[in-house]
Design a protein around this ligand. Structure first.
Ligand code: ATP
Length: 360
């Protein structure tokens, strides 16, 4: 069990590419920290530096109390689970799980005991004699986890471990990983580009873009109080709408419609002389509604997307596409004229120059 601290960590690859820029991050003991961001944002590089698989260009990395920049991976007391599982094909499940422990010269009886315990946690007791090719994707993933568990690491590092699984199994494994984290009470650091995995599993989420941290916070905070336009747009599906707005008498004028912000933003706008200024108005699709009667902003339907109970409606307003979420009973066709209402109290406001939320 250990805390992991990154202090001003940078990675410059030999070709001069600066993949990770000044990352400061404290991951608490027993935390489930998710590193999330678009492809190429530097999350895998960050994880590999923690694992010791990639050299740190500058900055300090601590695991527990120790600075480990120059400590070999095998001496960092971490275990890494990869996307492709990396199981040895010629060994049985048991041998795969035992391999690392044998290298450490762990006594045979203890190896057996640890494997049996891990196999029980992961429900793979019946698979111990099989070879990897005789297993399904989900079973292989469990074996890869088992191999990590038996080493009793202080920190688990996982790089997109569920991305090779089909949608149904991914949902199931997500729940199992949450349970596993609970049972093991160990620090997990988990890389994904999938915001659903981030939102459902993390105790905190670290959102990265372009080698830099954008925000570190619990999932609810990331969703309800995104620090900037990037985080607001990255987390949430369909993504948040961004309108151009102007502050007029404490209200936001969006396409000629006055919207009243929630209390906190209303007070801020008033106290900080935003009158007359242009702001980016962020509204999640669930806070845009089909208007009743002749009220609301006129728009037209571009595409609809039926998701069982919900209907996502992509609509055109002043030549741009926005989204609203409504219930599946609405009968809308492409080209239909609609009117939309925006729930002002749920709006997010961002400075157009810095793209930062006014609340940060
Ligand atoms: P993905 O989700 O696609 O795996 P990522 O966020 O994990 O993306 P990284 O793999 O950390 O991204 O890569 C970050 C950036 O560093 C990318 O632009 C990548 O092209 C670059 N990069 C990775 N490895 C090297 C390397 N060995 N030399 C030069 N650049 C590299």
């Amino acid at each position: 069990m250990a805390k992991v601290v990154l202090k001003d960590i940078n990675k410059v690859y030999p070709n001069g590419f600066n993949a990770v820029k000044g990352v400061d991050l404290e991951i608490d003991d027993k935390e489930f920290m998710i590193l999330v961001g678009p492809s190429g944002c530097g999350k895998t590089t960050t994880l590999r530096m923690i694992a010791g698989l990639e050299e740190i260009s500058s900055g300090d990395l601590f695991i527990g109390e120790n600075q480990v920049n120059d400590v070999a991976p095998k001496d960092r007391n971490i275990a890494m689970v990869f996307q492709n599982y990396a199981l040895y094909p010629h060994m049985s499940v048991y041998e795969n799980m035992a391999f690392g422990l044998k290298l450490q010269k762990t006594p045979k009886a203890e190896i057996k005991e640890r494997i049996e315990r891990a196999a029980k946690i992961l429900a793979i007791e019946k698979l111990l004699t099989r070879k990897p090719k005789q297993l399904s994707g989900g079973q292989r993933q469990r074996v890869a986890l088992g191999r990590a568990i038996v080493r009793k690491p202080e920190v688990f590092l996982m790089d997109e471990p569920l991305s090779n699984l089909d949608a149904k199994l991914r949902v199931q494994m997500r729940a199992e990983l949450i349970k596993l984290h609970n049972d093991l009470a160990t620090t997990f650091i988990y890389v994904t580009h999938d915001q659903t995995e981030a939102m459902t599993m993390g105790t905190r989420i670290c959102v990265m873009n372009d080698g830099e941290i954008q925000q570190v916070a619990p999932p609810k905070t990331i969703y309800n109080r995104p620090a900037n336009v990037f985080v607001a747009g990255f987390i949430g599906a369909p993504q948040m709408n961004f309108f151009e707005g102007n502050v007029e008498s404490g209200m936001l004028n969006v396409s000629g419609h006055k919207l009243k912000p929630g209390d906190e933003l209303a007070a801020l706008i008033e106290s900080e002389a935003y009158e007359g200024k242009a702001l980016i108005v962020g509204v999640r699709p669930e806070n845009v509604m089909l208007a009743k009667g002749e009220t609301g902003i006129p728009a037209s339907v571009e595409v609809t997307e039926l998701l069982g109970n919900d209907l996502n409606v992509y609509f055109n307003l002043n030549g741009k596409t926005y989204t609203l979420k409504t219930d599946a009973s609405q009968n809308l066709k492409i080209g239909d004229a609609i009117r939309v209402d925006i729930e002002g109290a749920k709006m997010h406001l961002f400075d157009p120059d810095t793209e930062k939320s006014l609340l940060y």
